[in-house]
Design a protein around this ligand. Structure first.
Ligand SMILES: [Zn+2]
Length: 154
């Protein structure tokens, strides 16, 4: 593990999903929540899309729900608000697949809605830290339980 100097910001990773090459990340199917209002979703979508792109990859992401959205539209960058870091394509899951995020992030975003990304000091940004996010990998969330119930009732 790399230790960074004190003035370096390591944003907390959120919304990085499991894949064949990254099996120890959370599965978005466990984050489905149909109880969230359109208004609340819209606010979070806007927040996520307003992040500062600070890290770019050579390859594009892909939708874990295989909905047919072209990979180039899922993005190839990490965005940040200076506290959290998320993949460029995260808003797609909130918009199209009823995915919702942990309350710690939602509360942070709601109280930080009008953050100014031009004020983020990019020189201080280090690679994201995924320790917090990985805690959600093995969690059977309440949302997961209700999503499975809906499927079983079909
Ligand atoms: Zn999709």
């Amino acid at each position: 593990m790399i230790t960074y100097p004190e003035n370096v910001i390591q944003p907390k990773a959120i919304g990085y999903w499991k894949s064949v090459s990254l099996p120890d990340l959370p599965d978005p199917h466990n984050f489905i929540d149909f109880s969230i209002s359109t208004e609340q979703r819209q606010a979070i979508i806007q927040y996520l899309e307003n992040g500062l792109a600070f890290f770019h990859y050579l390859g594009h992401s892909f939708c874990r729900f295989n909905c047919g959205k072209p990979e180039w539209e899922m993005g190839c960058s990490d965005l940040t608000d200076g506290t959290f870091a998320w993949p460029e394509g995260l808003s797609h899951y909130i918009k199209e697949h009823s995915v919702w995020l942990p309350s710690e992030f939602i509360e942070h975003a709601m109280s930080n809605m009008n953050f100014d990304k031009t004020k983020i000091d990019q020189r201080k940004l280090a690679q994201k830290n995924d320790a917090w996010w990985k805690c959600f990998t093995s969690l059977q969330t309440k949302q997961a339980a209700s999503a499975f119930k809906i499927r079983a009732d079909e």
